[in-house]
Write a protein that binds this ligand. Structure first.
Ligand SMILES: [Zn+2]
Length: 399
């Protein structure tokens, strides 16, 4: 009997997490919830509240959070996967599992561009995208949900190609600019075709990332009109501040800040979005694996950096990597809300942090300690092997 068949035969899987010390919702408009218990049935959140008001009857898994904070699992809006849990970019195995230990439960591909011998002809790039979409739909490394199959557009593509891709299950475009299309008018035409068929788009912003890639400046970004302005802080080389401001003010699209970018430009983009009162547009990614390597703690590091240096309350900084991304990317996770996927990260203040509380420690620039990661209601890792050790860690009371 398969694992799925076995769990179905055993009836509904009910996970109860109690004694949550701080419940972070992922929603900017209300980032802290007044609750200490979360219930999930068959991988979906069914209850959020105080223990005395929650129906814990029939729980198949009970987790005692021991006073730790619970937040939605973190979403990395910008990765470059290739095959399963292997990346040829830095000859590394297990990089996605390492990210799970950094609180990541969902990743979005910005193109499988590190595939050795990546095809550039139209039929070849379509085949690669469809294959990548299928591979990561069929296989989740360590449970992490990788949304992949993101072709990079080439000038020879026609509207029919976008329809074919959409009909085949492709929902994302890789970074515009990493394929042969680098000019505004062609990009705009193809991005519109993608949008017409329900394919979400992103663009490489800034100077070339590695020898062989090119510059995409504000004029191309604004003309292309992708759903997400990929790494607005450069990957790595950022545009001048006045161009970053032009992009923020010149469109209403998502503003993605990445770990593998210019940190000063990241803070400039954040401050511009705050000044415009449009923080809901800001989402976080790593752009890993890349020349800078794999960063299992990249999203946590962005949260701490933006909170500490960008003067952003920690509970809001966490929203940039959870609820903001989920809403922009139309994902069913990222928020602590009934009906959403039960993807959680449980964290506490790192041992010996100068911060008295988890939120204060992040505001001081420290990383939190992760004690458990849950995906679809199932515990996927306990005390993280990568973060500094948390003061408290949850325990599994029943499973
Ligand atoms: Zn890029």
């Amino acid at each position: 009997m398969s694992h799925e068949a076995a769990t179905q035969a055993a009836g509904p899987q009910k996970t109860v997490i109690r004694n949550i010390g701080l419940l972070l919702s992922g929603a900017l408009e209300n980032p802290i919830l007044d609750a200490d218990t979360v219930v999930a049935v068959d991988g979906r959140i069914t209850g959020i509240g105080r223990a005395k008001d929650i129906d814990a009857e029939g729980a198949t898994t009970i987790i005692d959070a021991k006073g730790c904070a619970l937040a939605p699992g973190l979403i990395d809006s910008h990765v470059h996967p290739v095959a399963g849990d292997w990346t040829p970019r830095q000859s590394q195995l297990g990089w996605i599992d390492s990210n799970l230990n950094g609180g990541i439960t969902t990743m979005i591909s910005a193109g499988e561009v590190h595939t050795p011998g990546r095809p550039r002809d139209v039929i070849g790039l379509k085949a690669l995208a469809i294959s990548a979409q299928r591979q990561f739909a069929n296989f989740r490394p360590s449970g992490v949900k990788v949304h992949a199959g993101a072709p990079c557009i080439e000038p020879e593509m026609t509207e029919q190609d976008f329809k074919d891709l959409a009909d085949s299950g492709v929902k994302l475009l890789g970074e515009v600019g990493l394929g042969g299309v680098k000019d505004g008018p062609t990009a705009r035409r193809m991005v519109a075709w993608a949008r017409k068929y329900g394919i979400q788009s992103t663009i490489h912003t800034g100077g070339p990332s590695i020898p062989g890639s090119g510059l995409i400046d504000k004029d191309v970004v604004l003309e292309a009109d992708t759903d997400v302005v990929g790494h607005i802080n450069g990957g790595h080389t950022a545009l001048p501040d006045k161009q970053i401001r032009c992009i923020c003010e010149g469109c209403k699209r998502g503003l993605e800040i990445v770990h593998n970018g210019n940190e000063r430009a990241a803070l400039y983009a954040l401050r511009t979005a705050i000044e415009m009162k449009e923080l809901e547009r800001v989402i976080l990614g790593t752009d890993a694996p890349a020349g800078s390597g794999v960063q299992p703690l990249g999203i946590l590091r962005m949260i701490s950096m933006l909170s500490a240096l960008g003067d952003l309350p920690a509970e809001k900084a966490i929203c940039l990597a959870t609820g903001n991304t989920a809403r922009m990317r139309k994902l069913d996770c990222g928020l602590i809300e009934t009906g959403r996927a039960a993807d959680f990260v449980l964290m506490d203040t790192a041992q010996h942090s100068a911060g008295e509380t988890l939120l204060e420690s992040i505001r001081l620039g420290d990383l939190p300690g992760i004690g458990m990661v849950v995906i679809d209601g199932q515990v996927r890792c306990q005390r993280s092997r990568n973060t500094p050790p948390a003061k408290r860690v949850p325990t599994i009371e029943k499973s």
